[in-house]
Structure formats: C-alpha cells, structure tokens
Write a protein that binds this ligand. Structure first.
Ligand SMILES: NC(=O)c1ccc[n+]([C@@H]2O[C@H](COP(=O)([O-])OP(=O)(O)OC[C@H]3O[C@@H](n4cnc5c(N)ncnc54)[C@H](O)[C@@H]3O)[C@@H](O)[C@H]2O)c1
Length: 252
C-alpha cells in the first residue's frame, strides 16, 4: 500500500509499460486515471485489471492535445480532490531508418508525441501540484537516450530531450516539493518492440536484442511498474532528477 490515498494519471496506459505501471499502482493502493489515445484498448486494459485495492478509470486522451490533457487533469482533481503522480509514458517508436531516409513527417510525429506530449502533461499538472504542496512526475525516457544506436537516431534524440527536460524541471520544481524523475528502459517485451525490429518480431530478432542486455532478458511491464511505484512513493522522497536505468545492465 505504498501509494495509498494517492491519485495518479498514467498516459499511454492501455499497453505495454504503461499497462504494467497502472497494474502496479493499483496493487500499491493508488487511484489511477489511465489515459490513452486508443479508447478501445484503454477500456479493455482497465476492465481486465485486478484493480483492488486501488481503482482505475479510463479517459481517451491524446497527449499532444493540450485541451484533452487539461480535461483529464481537471477530471482527476474533480473526482479525487488532488493529483499526486503524473506518469508521462505515452510514446511512439521508430522503424530502423538511416537518417537521410527519415521523413519530416516521421520526425515531427516523434517529437510531437515523445517530447511535446511530456511538456504538455507537465504544464497541465503543475498548477495542481504546486497548489497542494507537492507531487511526483515520472517520464518514460529510454536507455537509448544514454547509449544511442544507429538508425534510431531521431527516436533516441527525443528520449535524450526527455532526460534533459526531466533534470531541468527537477531543478525548477524542487522548491515546490515536486519531484521529477525518468525511467530508462532497455528493449521491452511490448507491442512497440516489433517497430524497433522493422516489423519482424521473430524469435531470432528477440534473441539478438536479449544478447545486448547483460541480464539476458527483455524489460517487462512489471519491471517498469515496480520501478515507477518506488519513484512515485514517499520512500523516494529524496530522489529527484534521476534517470533510472531499468535495463538489465544494457547501458553500463
Ligand atoms: N518497448 C521498448 O522497447 C521501449 C524501450 C524504451 C522506452 N520505451 C518507451 O516506453 C513507453 C511505452 O512504450 P511501450 O513499449 O509500452 O509501447 P506500446 O506501444 O505498447 O504502448 C504505447 C502506448 O502509448 C499510446 N500512445 C501513443 N501515442 C499516443 C498519444 N499521442 N496520446 C496518447 N497515447 C498515445 C499507444 O496507444 C499505446 O497504448 C514509450 O514512451 C516508449 O518510447 C519503450
């Protein structure tokens, strides 16, 4: 019950890491507003969860639309009276592409969702957190921000932006008792992995990814969920501006 009486918004909560974070937040007693632009999948994920002792509600939200994000923050505050935790997790991946073949459209979509989405989420949540005297923000970055790889340069750069944004905002918000941290997972056992594999999620490709991770396995939603519960909890009260690698040693 490390998150008992805490209210959270988790973006991109319908799938993969986000669904794992919502699951672990519920198990720790949090009341969660799960948001995602995929309404069908979001509702299905919320329905399938064992929510007890926490609680989950779903709202269809595109993180790039400030009006929708603001409405979600307002809905959480109206229902629960406060917003303690914001997890900016929604993101898109990139098919391996040489830089000269990367289109303006692909670049814009990556920055719009992976970077501007984090900015918009924080901007909407901050007034509430400042008013109530504190809060915890967690941004899902990536190990690739710390050790970039060829042909995923634009995706990696969006995650590098999230890391710098996290550290800067942690400095800006410390005086308001708002902690800002990032999670940096390695390749995850989520639907996004197929994108990084060029659409070919095969046992061979998985073996190649796992070979690059010293612990020899992919990151799961449970791994991210456990790390997020810790960073969101009062136990992490002295931790801000950190980028926690949840990567089985990949970034050493
Ligand atoms: N899977 C990996 O290998 C990996 C590794 C490192 C970091 N990450 C990051 O982890 C986060 C979660 O990824 P995942 O692997 O769980 O992928 P996923 O595709 O399983 O889940 C991403 C979720 O985000 C939602 N989403 C996408 N764009 C959105 C938008 N504009 N507004 C609202 N929701 C939106 C999708 O509908 C989906 O439910 C992402 O930020 C991703 O970049 C993933």
């Amino acid at each position: 019950m490390r998150l008992q009486n805490k209210t959270a918004i988790v973006t991109g909560g319908a799938s993969g890491f986000g669904a794992g974070i919502v699951k672990h937040f519920c198990a720790a007693g949090a009341r969660v507003l799960l948001t995602d632009r995929d309404a069908d999948k979001g509702r299905e994920t919320a329905r399938a969860l064992d929510q007890s002792p926490g609680e989950v509600r779903f709202a269809a939200v595109d993180v790039t639309d400030p009006a929708q994000v603001q409405a979600a923050v307002d809905a959480a505050v109206e229902r629960y009276g406060r917003l303690d935790i914001l997890v900016n997790n929604a993101g898109i991946g990139q098919r391996p592409t040489a830089l000269e073949d990367t289109t303006d459209e692909a670049y814009d979509a990556l920055y719009d969702i992976n970077v501007r989405g984090v900015f918009v989420g924080c901007r909407c949540a901050l007034p509430v957190m400042k008013r109530q005297g504190g809060g915890a923000i967690i941004n899902t970055a990536s190990g690739i921000a710390l050790t970039p790889r060829p042909n995923l340069v634009t995706y990696a750069a969006t995650k590098g932006a999230v890391v710098t944004f996290t550290k800067g905002l942690a400095m800006e918000l410390a005086e308001f008792n708002i902690r800002v941290n990032a999670l940096c997972p390695a390749a995850g056992d989520t639907p996004m992995l197929a994108e990084f594999m060029g659409g070919q999620d095969t046992p061979d490709n998985r073996a190649k990814y796992m070979a690059g991770i010293p612990l020899g396995k992919l990151v799961t939603g449970d791994d991210l969920g456990a790390a997020a519960v810790y960073l969101a909890s009062d136990e992490a009260g002295m931790i801000t501006g950190t980028c926690l690698a949840v990567d089985g040693g990949r970034c050493i």
